[in-house]
Design a protein around this ligand. Structure first.
Ligand code: HH2
Length: 410
């Protein structure tokens, strides 16, 4: 079958950018897992019909009507979102999805495209064998979750226990590797709301000695920055991943630096600047909007020449999101798999945990463990955490329940 996304090999990610209808696979249909996206009717629909629920948006009237008819012909169901009339949720089994495409082979391209986007999203959602290239190396993004340890070389990060001076940071990094970290993420500027911006030179002075000291630590090094000059300095001393919380929106030169430095990029979702991001925390459907805006970030990366197998996406837990948005994003983290890229999640000790448990950052270890377990169960690939040993165990346990327990049939 021709892949609409131009996929070359099974181990490369699709060109999500060309999927115009933001196709998202929603949680597989299980009666005990009613969907929280859209109206309750969507959950009931999923419970009764189909293996997959695929949400398509921006569907024009004529192809939309044709799609509704064709889905009916192949035995599936369609739900029209009560709030957004250009949103359709298809409930289909895999064979029905293939039959749907066959229905449209002789139809106008606009009709066929809808079926092909749905198929591309399902394929991406199910993919188990992604690779992440970074520098001249490759990380296997398989079933075992990867742990990214957070090393904040800052005096003002929100979690006091993560603020370490340069000399201590190298030791902490090595301890994290011994405790099971697969990646170390080194940052020299706090992104907490209201934090002071840091000058480029200061940020470089904070991170470069730490990266140099960790060069021989045996794991990939990531630089947590939004600035091209900091990324360039970090790549020069051994970092191979650029973790940009702005999703390539703050510094127009950053994508080029990452592309020419052969770095992998983590594209995180946020809106606005750290100081005002809660003003932008308004969503009709946080899962769909984060998915769509991440597709925009992927477009920016691809346009700068960053290849598909060097891209990671991240919903940005706590960034321009109130607690309820972070909870919904985490509960539905699987939907982001539809984009076809490794999914990273950073819930560690964040304020949405404080909002639920009414506890300060120092006492959010168990809340973090619950969030990590939920993310792994939903199929997240990389967990960015402060407490490496505890979250290594939590993630491995959650993955075992997810994978070893999956064969059971009632
Ligand atoms: N969260 C923080 C910083 N960087 N990067 C990604 N990709 N995803 C995240 O969720 C994320 C991130 C905030 O946490 P922390 O670094 O501990 O805090 P601070 O910014 O105050 O240093």
């Amino acid at each position: 079958m021709t892949d609409p996304a131009g996929e070359k090999a099974t181990r490369s990610a699709p060109g999500a950018a060309r999927l115009r209808h933001n196709p998202l696979v929603l949680r597989g249909a299980r009666p005990e897992n009613p969907l929280q996206i859209g109206s309750p009717a969507v959950g009931r629909l999923g419970a009764r019909y189909g293996d997959f629920l695929v949400r398509l948006q921006g569907v024009e009237e004529e192809p939309g009507q044709a799609l509704v008819r064709a889905v009916g012909l192949v035995g599936g169901r369609v739900h029209v979102d009560a709030r957004l009339d250009d949103v359709l949720v298809l409930a289909l089994t895999s064979p029905q999805l293939e039959a749907l495409r066959a229905q449209f082979l002789a139809a106008p391209v606009s009709h066929l495209r809808l079926a092909e986007e749905a198929i591309a999203a399902v394929r991406a959602y199910l993919r188990q064998d992604l690779l992440l290239r970074h520098g001249d190396m490759t990380l296997e993004i398989g079933r075992r979750p990867l742990i990214m340890g957070v090393l904040n070389c800052t005096p003002d990060s929100f979690y006091e226990g993560s603020r370490v001076a340069a000399e201590a940071a190298v030791n902490s990094g090595r301890e994290m590797v011994a405790a099971g970290a697969d990646i170390l993420d080194v940052g020299g500027e706090s992104t907490r709301p209201g934090s002071e911006p840091v000058a480029v030179e200061t940020e470089i002075e904070r991170v470069v000695p730490v990266l140099e000291g960790l060069r021989s630590a045996g794991v990939p090094l990531s630089i947590d920055t939004t600035k091209a000059d900091v990324a360039r300095a970090a790549l020069a001393v051994g970092a191979t991943i650029v973790n940009d919380v702005s999703g390539l929106t703050y510094d127009p030169a950053l994508a080029e630096v990452a592309a020419s430095g052969k770095a992998a990029v983590v594209l995180m979702h946020l809106r606005g600047q750290p100081a005002d991001m809660y003003a932008e925390a308004e969503y009709v459907d946080v899962v769909a909007e984060v998915g769509e805006e991440l597709r925009g970030a992927v477009d920016r990366a691809l346009a700068a020449g960053i290849p598909t197998d060097r891209i990671v996406v991240d919903p940005g837990i706590g960034f321009a999101k109130r607690a309820e948005h972070s909870l919904v994003a985490l509960r539905n983290i699987d939907a982001l798999r539809s984009l076809g890229y490794p999914v990273l999640v950073g819930p560690s000790r964040k304020s949405f945990i404080g909002a639920v448990l009414d506890l300060p950052a120092e006492e959010r270890l168990e809340g973090t463990a619950a969030a990590v377990a939920a993310a792994v169960t939903g199929g997240a690939h990389i967990l960015r955490v402060h407490d490496v040993e505890a979250m290594r165990r939590t993630a491995d346990m959650a993955a075992a329940i997810r994978d070893e327990g999956a064969g059971w049939m009632p």
